[in-house]
Structures are given as structure tokens and as C-alpha cells.
Design a protein around this ligand. Structure first.
Ligand SMILES: [Fe+2]
Length: 250
């Protein structure tokens, strides 16, 4: 039987009747498997994004060490390529600069939407992009190991990582695509440039854009989806952010 009284999610259907948590989770995973992301619009005040995220897996600390991060313009960060300002971000997967596995999911929810234009989170399916490539290009992205680097903002903050990974990695729990247009070290490799350009062009063509309202929550599969951000002007924009690890099944 559904447990309404202690429902973790406190969600209701279109008639205002409580929705059983099991049904919500089933819908969530069905949508996630099909589309690679789920947008929950205007969740109720009683909905707890942190508790919801906890059901998906363990949290991966942010660079600053906190488990639940803030994404908003920060003083002194304007000159850097960094989420903590109002500038656009190139398409990327989160955690390409981690030594180990990148987070499986990224959860973003809106505390304060921006007024004016811009500020959308944009998303496109990197698995669909790799499916458009020639077989030998896919093999190249699986077999060749590149060095990746942290953003200049992170180096400025004292974190300088240089992990080595392929772009496509097969993992028992799914195929991981790591991607950064600007932080994969291209060295003298002439073949990678056009592939990175191609992914960016694919992203620009195929992305969806999410303009947040207050209490919108976006969760996406970070092994599959690339994300980016459009520039904005309202410095009051405030999102919160959780990185969630893959639950290891083995
Ligand atoms: Fe990101």
C-alpha cells in the first residue's frame, strides 16, 4: 500500500490527491531512461530536493567540499570560465576533471530565477551524438587517452587536476561520455579537434533549453547528457546543485 502520511516526496496528482512515492519513482526512472533528464516543475514547498537526491545515490562533494552547492554569481569570478558568474558555459559533462568516475546524476534546482533574458540550462544527448559518428571515430574516442584539466577558475582557487581518460568509456552500469570543449588537452592531435567541434555543433543544433521558475528541479544523467548555460544579466539568479555518484551494483 502507498504510504501517504509519511510520503517523502509530498507530491500530488492533478486533482490534488497524494501521489504514492513508488509511482513517482517509477515515472522518474522511466523518463530518465527515455530522455536522459527529468524536469520537475514547481515542486511543492514541502518537497525536499536533498532527500529526493539522496534516494538516487551518494553525494559527491563539490570542489569546495560542500555536498549541496550554490550556483550564483560570486564576487571576483567575472574574469574566469566558471559557473559562479553570469557568462555562458560551453557544453560539457560534469566531472571530466575527476580522477575517478564522473557523477552519474546532476541535480539543479532553482531558489531564485533570473529576470530578463538568458540563464537557461541547456542539455543534449551525447550518446545520440556518438551514434552519429563513424565507427572508427567512436573507436578512437574509446581507445585514445587524453589529459583533461580543471578550469582556470579552479586553478585560481588552488585546485589543479590533470586526470587521464578516454572520451567514451564503457562501464558495467552504462556508457560514460566525458566531454569538454575547452578543457580536454588537445596536444598535437589533429583528429580530436574536428570531433570536439562536431559535438559542439551537435549540441547547438539539438539542445533543449530550460528556463527555471522558482522550485523547478532538473535532474539529468551526466554519463549521457552534455549541459551548458546561456549568459544572463540578473545577478540574483540562484540555483542549488548536487552531484550524485553511480550506485555500484557489482
Ligand atoms: Fe557543469
Amino acid at each position: 500500500m502507498p504510504r501517504h502520511a509519511d510520503s517523502l516526496l509530498s507530491l500530488t496528482d492533478f486533482n490534488g490527491a497524494p501521489l504514492a512515492d513508488d509511482l513517482v519513482w517509477q515515472s522518474f526512472h522511466t523518463l530518465m531512461d527515455r530522455h536522459g533528464y527529468v524536469l520537475m516543475s514547481r515542486v511543492p514547498e514541502t518537497f525536499d530536493p536533498v532527500a529526493f537526491s539522496k534516494r538516487l545515490g551518494d553525494f559527491v562533494p563539490q570542489y569546495t567540499g560542500v555536498l549541496v552547492g550554490d550556483v550564483r554569481p560570486e564576487p571576483g569570478m567575472d574574469e574566469f570560465y566558471h559557473a559562479g558568474n553570469t557568462k555562458p558555459l560551453y557544453p560539457h559533462s560534469e566531472g571530466y576533471d575527476f580522477e575517478g568516475l564522473p557523477p552519474r546524476y546532476l541535480a539543479l534546482w532553482c531558489e531564485t530565477p533570473n529576470t530578463g533574458a538568458g540563464g537557461e540550462t541547456t542539455l543534449a544527448d551525447a550518446h545520440a551524438w556518438t551514434a552519429t559518428l563513424a565507427e572508427d571515430d567512436r573507436a578512437f574516442l574509446r581507445e585514445r587517452i587524453w589529459t583533461w584539466e580543471t578550469t582556470d577558475a579552479m586553478r585560481h582557487l588552488g585546485l589543479d587536476l590533470h586526470p587521464e581518460h578516454p572520451v567514451i568509456e564503457d562501464h558495467p552500469d552504462g556508457t560514460i561520455v566525458r566531454y569538454s570543449f575547452n578543457n580536454l588537452v588537445r596536444e598535437d592531435d589533429e583528429r580530436i579537434g574536428p570531433l570536439l567541434d562536431g559535438a559542439k555543433a551537435y549540441f547547438e543544433r539539438e539542445h533543449i533549453a530550460i528556463q527555471y521558475e522558482r522550485r523547478d528541479m532538473l535532474v539529468f544523467d551526466n554519463w549521457r547528457m552534455l549541459h551548458a548555460r546561456n549568459a544572463f544579466t540578473d545577478t540574483g539568479r540562484h540555483l542549488r546543485r548536487i552531484q550524485i555518484a553511480q550506485r555500484v551494483t557489482a
